[in-house]
Design a protein around this ligand. Structure first.
Ligand code: PEP
Ligand code: MN
Length: 371
């Protein structure tokens, strides 16, 4: 059973939860009471929701936070789903949770970010699912490590799970940011590139951490061809026992979903395709020029490295580096580039430049030349 490319996965539309474009999972962060989940399920009934979510066991950062209602909530969630024609999904973080979820007929499982980081635990959960035909979504680990995410997906694949998907929920970062978990879109994009059959959803609620960001993050996810969304919705977010700032009222959630622009992944209009090709040709040429410029820039850096070596001067000159950062930001901002991009671009260029200078400084050939 080759798992190199997670081949033979079952497309999301055939999981038995309806077709969704986008596929939508919605529900509270945590199931809190029978009334809460029943009321919410009723409001979401018949509204193109594919799965009703509800956390039963909540892995929380601090021990005094609400840890989830526990097993009795499973029955409330399942019953609320059945009454309103909604299949249900819960997070499992332990083989015992799997057993309890399966015993009440939960329709789908997800693995949370704090579990994905732990290969032993993921393996135990995956092993508990051997021979069980239940769909599983795996959220990214809290740290921005694609291989760890893939590793967890592979463990479920190796247990025979073919209704397998991923959920992007952003990554913890020590840096201050407007997001609760920074999106690092490049990571799920790379996951999609490596595993084209794998359905990848986006969880804008845990990325954003605040209600205001959920709509724009959802639109970004649609524009990046994510297959769907997992959104936290609560009948009264201000009273939520966890994640109260990011949960949406059912009415706001439905309005947000209704306003999403879901664009086509491909078109067959010949005129448009020709135009697109022409523009892509121009981009290809510009990329080639950028590489050419970079090569020239690095060869100058090597020359500078040689001079610094001959004059026994350090590679890093903080004043010069500050000046580069300052002047490039000034110029780049005037050209409508974003500050983050300019800084990151020049940090990368500077790193590469230091690498080339270090090579020159430490090469024995040039040392020999000198003597
Ligand atoms: C959740 O979905 O409520 C949750 C705990 O998410 P995450 O694992 O992404 O933090
Ligand atoms: Mn939550």
């Amino acid at each position: 059973m080759s798992n190199k490319n997670l081949s033979g996965l079952i497309p999301l539309d055939s999981w038995g939860f309806g077709n969704g474009n986008p596929f939508i999972i919605a529900g509270p962060c945590g199931v809190e009471s029978e009334k809460q989940i029943t009321e919410l399920a009723h409001k979401l009934k018949g509204k193109t929701i594919n799965l009703l979510r509800g956390g039963i066991w909540k892995p929380r950062t601090r021990p005094d936070s609400f840890q989830g209602i526990g097993e009795e909530g499973l029955l409330w969630l399942k019953a609320a789903g059945l009454e309103n024609g909604l299949p249900v999904i819960v997070e499992v973080a332990h083989p015992r949770h799997v057993e309890q979820a399966l015993s009440v007929g939960i329709d789908c499982l997800w693995i949370g970010a704090r579990t994905t980081v732990n290969p032993f635990l993921v393996q135990e959960i995956a092993s508990a699912l051997k021979g069980v035909d239940i769909p599983v979504f795996v959220k990214n680990p809290i740290n921005p490590e694609l291989e760890l995410w893939i590793g967890a997906l592979e463990r479920f694949y190796n247990s025979g799970i073919r209704k397998l998907g991923a959920i992007h929920r952003g990554f913890s970062s020590y840096e201050k940011s407007k997001y609760r978990n920074v999106p690092n879109w490049q990571i799920p994009i790379e996951l999609k590139r490596r595993f084209p059959e794998l359905p990848v959803l986006c969880d804008p609620s845990h990325i954003g951490g605040s209600r205001e960001l959920v709509g724009s993050l959802s639109q970004t996810a649609m524009d990046l061809s994510f297959e769907g969304l997992m959104v936290e919705v609560h009948p009264d977010p201000s009273k939520a026992l966890s994640d109260k700032d990011q949960q949406l009222l059912p009415s706001d959630f439905l309005a947000m979903i209704g306003s999403l622009l879901v664009r086509k992944k491909s078109v067959d209009d010949v005129i448009f395709l020709n135009l697109l090709e022409e523009l892509r040709d121009r981009i290809d040429r510009i990329d080639e020029e950028i590489l050419q410029f970079m090569a020239e820039r690095m060869s100058i850096a090597r020359e500078i490295g040689q001079y610094k070596k001959e004059n026994n001067m350090t590679i890093l000159q903080v004043e010069r580096w500050n000046e580069i950062l300052r002047t490039r930001q000034f110029s780049g901002l005037q050209k409508d580039l974003t500050r983050d991009f300019i800084i990151q671009l020049f940090e990368k260029i500077h790193d590469e430049s230091i690498f080339h200078q270090t090579q020159v400084m430490n090469s024995s050939e040039t040392q020999k030349e000198k003597h």
